[in-house]
Design a protein around this ligand. Structure first.
Ligand SMILES: NC(=O)C1=CN([C@@H]2O[C@H](COP(=O)(O)OP(=O)(O)OC[C@H]3O[C@@H](n4cnc5c(N)ncnc54)[C@H](O)[C@@H]3O)[C@@H](O)[C@H]2O)C=CC1
Ligand SMILES: O=C([O-])CC(=O)C(=O)O
Length: 381
């Protein structure tokens, strides 16, 4: 098992690979455990397509990705990063406003995927037809002084409506929910899919990758480690104390003083607020979020493509604890969540064990709020 993030950051060859017709091997700029693994999957794909001397253009990438909320702060840089993925053949951008220009702009990049724009309810079905991965960053972001839960009233309805369309048009797709509060929007999505009779818990993901990205960055800085070697699992949920970095499980193995554990944990938990305050009313994390979401998209596509070494943290339906949705490390495969990695929860420090118990009531409450919203709406509609 390879849990490290080596070569995720330093390998920008993906851009070169997709831009060069003579390039006979491809490596991804994101989400690759290592170039050798990617080379293996490239060769496998070439064999499957009966291409004898493969190059990046002959070996067709075959995955369709849709981004709902594509003209927003996260949507735009995310669309750019996904446009650079050699695994994507079609990129569908949907928003209620301003998406035409974003798509026109992006479509001039000389990477292979085709970009199409869709706007308004009438075009949502076409946007979603035959899509493999749907990413949902639609919704409003926080302003200083707000909690993620303060976004519930607006974003719950947005996510509900969009997931209804996903259920009707691409029920087999991987669904990546970014819109906050993730601790509630993911359970809402699950209820909507159940109501439509198409819920597959293995294919619904709350995106918590940014917590891992932050934890890796902050730990590497604090302990003076090589950034690409660091991997910290982050469990629980995606708000305040429900975000629990398991510093004792950091790879490579590293020791922290009690004070370092306290400081790092609080910084990782408050990192979203740190950005909201720095942006001073102009929104929340967008660039780091787009980077994190692109990493999760790339990992999902690698899994769909048959790679067998794909691990990420995500907020999914889980029986790891008594809380029905829980973020933890998962193994991704062609059918979605192949395994929830339970070993991370064994041998926790006293600090982590206490923090885990403390987060459960809040997380459970947020999940129940989402479930109640989805079901109340059904009764009254
Ligand atoms: N999961 C995570 O780690 C993170 C989640 N977020 C969340 O992501 C969401 C989006 O953030 P930003 O991109 O900064 O916001 P933004 O306001 O810049 O962009 C949101 C986009 O969604 C679009 N939109 C609104 N309603 C829509 C609908 N019904 N259908 C399609 N598109 C719709 C808007 O037109 C806009 O283009 C927020 O809820 C934010 O809290 C932000 C950072 C990290
Ligand atoms: O803090 C916010 O509102 C956005 C978010 O989820 C994050 O940056 O982690």
């Amino acid at each position: 098992m390879n849990f490290n993030t080596r070569s995720r950051l330093n390998d920008f060859n993906g851009l070169k690979a997709v831009a060069s017709v003579n390039h006979n091997s491809r490596s991804s700029f994101l989400g690759k455990e290592n170039t050798a693994a990617f080379q293996k999957s490239f060769t496998r794909r070439a064999q499957n397509q009966n291409v004898t001397s493969p190059n990046a253009f002959q070996v067709q990438a075959s995955f369709k990705v849709a981004i709902l909320g594509a003209a927003g702060g996260i949507g735009q840089p995310l669309a750019l990063l996904v446009k650079m993925s050699p695994l994507v053949s079609d990129l569908h951008l949907y928003d209620i406003a301003n998406v035409k220009g974003v798509a026109a702009d992006l479509s001039h990049c000389n990477t292979p995927s085709r970009v199409r724009d869709f706007t308004g309810n009438d075009e949502l079905s076409n946007c979603l037809k035959d899509v493999d991965v749907v990413v949902i960053p639609a919704g409003v972001p926080r302003k200083p002084g707000m909690t993620r839960d303060d976004l519930f009233n607006i974003n719950a309805s947005i996510v509900k409506t969009l997931v209804e369309a996903v259920a009707d048009n691409c029920p087999d797709a991987f669904i990546h929910v970014i819109s906050n509060p993730v601790n509630s929007t993911v359970p809402i999505a699950a209820e909507v899919l159940k109501q439509k009779g198409v819920y597959n818990p293995k294919k619904l993901f709350g995106i918590t990758t940014l917590d891992v990205v932050r934890a890796n960055t902050f730990v590497a800085q604090k302990k003076n480690l090589k950034l690409i070697d660091v991997d910290v699992p982050v469990i629980g949920g995606h708000a305040g104390i429900t975000i629990l970095p398991l510093l004792s499980k950091t790879k490579p193995s590293v020791t922290f003083t009690d004070e370092e554990v306290q400081d790092l944990t609080v910084r990782i938990q408050n990192a979203g607020t740190e950005v909201v305050e720095a942006k001073a009313g102009a929104g929340s994390a967008t660039l780091s979020m787009a980077y994190a979401a692109a990493r999760f998209v790339e990992s999902s596509l690698r899994a769909l493509d048959g790679d067998t070494d794909v691990y990420e943290c995500s907020f999914v339906q889980s029986d790891l604890t008594e809380v029905p949705f829980f973020a933890s490390r998962i193994k991704l495969g062609k059918q979605g969540v192949e395994a929830v990695i339970s070993s991370d929860l064994q041998g926790l420090t006293e600090y982590e064990q206490k923090a885990l118990e403390a987060l459960k009531p809040e997380l459970k409450g947020s999940i129940e709020k989402g479930v109640a919203f989805a079901n109340k709406q059904t009764v009254s509609s």
